[in-house]
Design a protein around this ligand. Structure first.
Ligand code: WA2
Length: 269
């Protein structure tokens, strides 16, 4: 290849990668913003003592009719914050036991629980599961409620589908908190959590397949929060960084996490 062809070829790869990265980032952020808006609505309903307007039926109706606003999410759900002293009355009023996420057995006694009480039909298997019993969900819940900001997990295998994905969590508060509220004040005021699952393996695959030239390049998305240990979030073949790789930074809106897209021509593998 002559020098000019090499430069052209690199430019084409850069354009294909940037186009994919910006589309993915936009759909990711749009999906998160919609969950953020739903969380604000829940907090407002708590403050005005009207949260009872949401039950499984109205929540699933709302979630289904707004699913197009969350194009990369397989489903959203609401988990209640239940302190141990309130467990018995919670279980009686719902008519079911709080269950451990993986064993589906009755959850052992703890200080508090985060049982899912309302879910989009696509993730209805979450109902009654204590979301604090899964490590990724638990870490997200603790971080989201202490910060008042959205939190994203590591890439991990989602429940039931076993697809590789990430979970996004926002805390719902029962009172209006000022921007400068302390983590302790936030934890104290926490009423529950709204979360959504990004089914990256399926939904990002569908998104990227639509782009022209998808047969000739390999695309991976990495969580590079720990730069020494990049975690694969999307991709079949490992696109390691080399002179043939183009890297697009990705901002998914969680300042404590870093992501990037890596692209290369299949024939350069
Ligand atoms: N949603 C869907 N699939 C999952 C998952 C999840 N979490 N965790 C593991 N597989 C109800 O933080 C509250 C959603 C979590 C919210």
């Amino acid at each position: 290849m002559n020098a000019e062809t090499v430069v052209r070829r690199r430019e084409t790869l850069a354009n294909m990668c940037e186009g994919r990265a910006r589309m993915l980032e936009n759909q990711f952020v749009a999906s998160m913003n919609h969950v953020r808006a739903l969380t604000a609505l829940f907090t407002t309903l708590h403050i005005s003592k009207q949260i009872a307007m949401f039950n499984q039926e109205t929540f699933s109706q709302y979630a289904e009719s707004t699913a197009f606003e969350r194009p990369l999410m397989s489903g959203v759900a609401y988990a209640d914050r239940v302190l141990h002293k309130d467990r018995a009355s919670f279980e009686i009023s719902h008519g079911w036991m709080i269950k451990e996420m993986f064993s589906k057995e009755r959850q052992q006694d703890g200080d508090e629980y985060a049982p899912t009480t309302m879910s989009q039909d696509t993730v209805s298997y979450l109902t009654s599961l204590d979301m604090m019993s899964g490590q990724e969900d638990r870490e997200n819940i603790l971080r989201a409620r202490a910060s008042g900001k959205g939190a994203l997990t590591n890439p991990f295998r989602l429940l039931e589908s076993k697809h590789l994905g990430v979970v996004f969590t926002f805390a719902v508060y029962s009172i209006h908190l000022p921007a400068e509220a302390t983590p302790e004040e936030r934890i104290e005021a926490t009423a529950g959590y709204i979360g959504g699952a990004f089914d990256v393996e399926t939904l990002v695959e569908n998104l990227l397949r639509e782009f022209p030239g998808s047969e000739i390049i390999a695309v991976n998305v990495y969580d590079i929060t720990n730069e020494l240990c990049p975690l694969v979030m999307y991709g079949h073949t490992n696109v390691s960084k080399s002179e043939n790789t183009y890297v697009s930074p990705l901002d998914f809106g969680d300042p404590l996490r870093k992501h990037e897209m890596r692209c290369r021509y299949n024939e350069d593998a």
